[in-house]
Design a protein around this ligand. Structure first.
Ligand SMILES: NC(=O)c1ccc[n+]([C@@H]2O[C@H](COP(=O)([O-])OP(=O)(O)OC[C@H]3O[C@@H](n4cnc5c(N)ncnc54)[C@H](O)[C@@H]3O)[C@@H](O)[C@H]2O)c1
Ligand SMILES: [Zn+2]
Length: 350
């Protein structure tokens, strides 16, 4: 069933086969560019090609987080420039969060900003990264440290893309769904508690619900001055792990790192007296049951803490966390000590 969520700034279409053609007709771009990686080129592009004008240009990049870099951005800018993109060109980002974040960043900076459409093809990008207009690339091993806020013309979600997604990638997106439930929807959390195998899920409903949750949070605070920070639950420790292991053999997918972050930061919520140890244990069990227990590959705590000091959410060199006020309600700007952070990492490892 085709559905639409009209955010303040752009429409989000879910399973609407006509949305792309309609958007292109509405925008009437001078030329259409499509950004893909090797996989989305093979698996997803054919579904889009028949709708595009014949002179459209496909920009291919290598897949994976290590290519979410200024070098790749530079390649995308060059591809736009050398293929005649003017200020009325349109860039369609067809892929996961890497394509969406980086393609959106390139579009927003090329000639001070050309229009772009997000066509997310992974669960993570459909429920999270394509919503909320945060765009960027990694730099000096720090996640998303170079970037901008900019709205797309539209987000077009097609859940049939998920059929080809490897289970590991599905799980990675599911971590953000767990996060959304824990910070904003207690009822959804109780539904998730009963799920053992993601293949049994009805994704269309779940995606609709999660886009709604994320959109409600970002609409209230678009530039993350305050309340939007609750979306960072699990991400202070998660991002540090993701950054530290980037490019190594133990490299974690974004959601895998966030899942560990959720366990540790639930424990920090317990240390603050917000939730009970039983609630913490339930969260840990659910996550380890789905994601496995990756404690053996974790770097030493002092290295993790050192990276956390660079976190964008910090102020005055203090590490600030977004935690759970209760199950289904997030809070933010919670300061924790190194000792407590260390304890939370040890609790995950146990
Ligand atoms: N902007 C935001 O608000 C925000 C929020 C959360 C995460 N992120 C970012 O999102 C990124 C992670 O996104 P991701 O998990 O989508 O990663 P990704 O873009 O690397 O995609 C994961 C893998 O799946 C492949 N793939 C994509 N679609 C597929 C399909 N339909 N079938 C089979 N394979 C497919 C890709 O080629 C890639 O190899 C991170 O860089 C993270 O920082 C951004
Ligand atoms: Zn995330």
């Amino acid at each position: 069933m085709a559905r639409v969520i009209n955010t303040d700034q752009y429409p989000v279409y879910i399973n609407d086969d006509r949305a792309l053609a309609e958007q292109i007709a509405l925008i009437a771009p001078s030329k259409v560019f499509v950004l893909v990686d090797e996989t989305t080129e093979q698996i997803c592009l054919y579904q889009v090609l028949e709708i595009l004008p014949q002179n459209s240009i496909i920009i291919h990049i290598d897949q994976g987080e290590v290519f979410k870099s200024i070098n790749t951005a530079s390649f995308i800018w060059k591809s736009l420039l050398h293929n005649g993109a003017d200020r009325h060109a349109l860039l369609i980002n067809l892929g996961g969060g890497v394509i969406g974040d980086m393609g959106g960043f390139c579009a927003s900076t090329y000639m001070r900003g050309i229009k772009f459409i997000q066509m997310p093809t992974t669960l993570l990008s459909q429920v999270d990264s394509s919503i909320g207009s945060k765009l960027g690339v990694d730099f000096e091993n720090i996640k998303n440290i170079i970037g901008v806020f900019q709205h797309p013309q539209a987000v077009i979600v097609n859940t049939s893309f998920l059929k080809s997604l490897p289970y590991k990638q599905l799980l990675s997106g599911y971590a953000e769904i767990i996060k959304h439930a824990l910070i904003a929807d207690r009822e959804l959390w109780h539904e998730l508690e009963t799920v053992n195998d993601l293949r049994s899920l009805v994704f269309e409903d779940l995606i609709f619900k999660n886009i709604h949750i994320k959109n409600t949070i970002v609409t209230e605070d678009p530039k993350e001055a305050g309340s939007r920070k609750i979306l960072n639950f699990g991400h202070t420790i998660g991002h540090a792990l993701e950054s530290l292991l980037l490019g190594s053999e133990e490299q974690l997918l974004h959601g895998e790192a966030i899942a560990i972050g959720i366990v540790c930061e639930s424990y920090l919520s317990y240390l603050k007296g917000f939730i009970t140890i039983q609630q913490c244990t339930t969260i840990k069990k659910l996550i380890i049951n789905l994601f496995g227990h990756k404690y053996k590959s974790l770097p030493p705590s002092n290295e993790i803490i050192k990276i956390m000091l660079l976190d964008k959410k910090n102020k005055d060199k203090k590490i600030l966390f977004s935690l759970l006020e209760s199950i289904g309600k997030g809070n933010y700007d919670q300061q924790m000590t190194d000792v407590q952070i260390n304890e939370s990492l040890e609790w995950y490892k146990k």
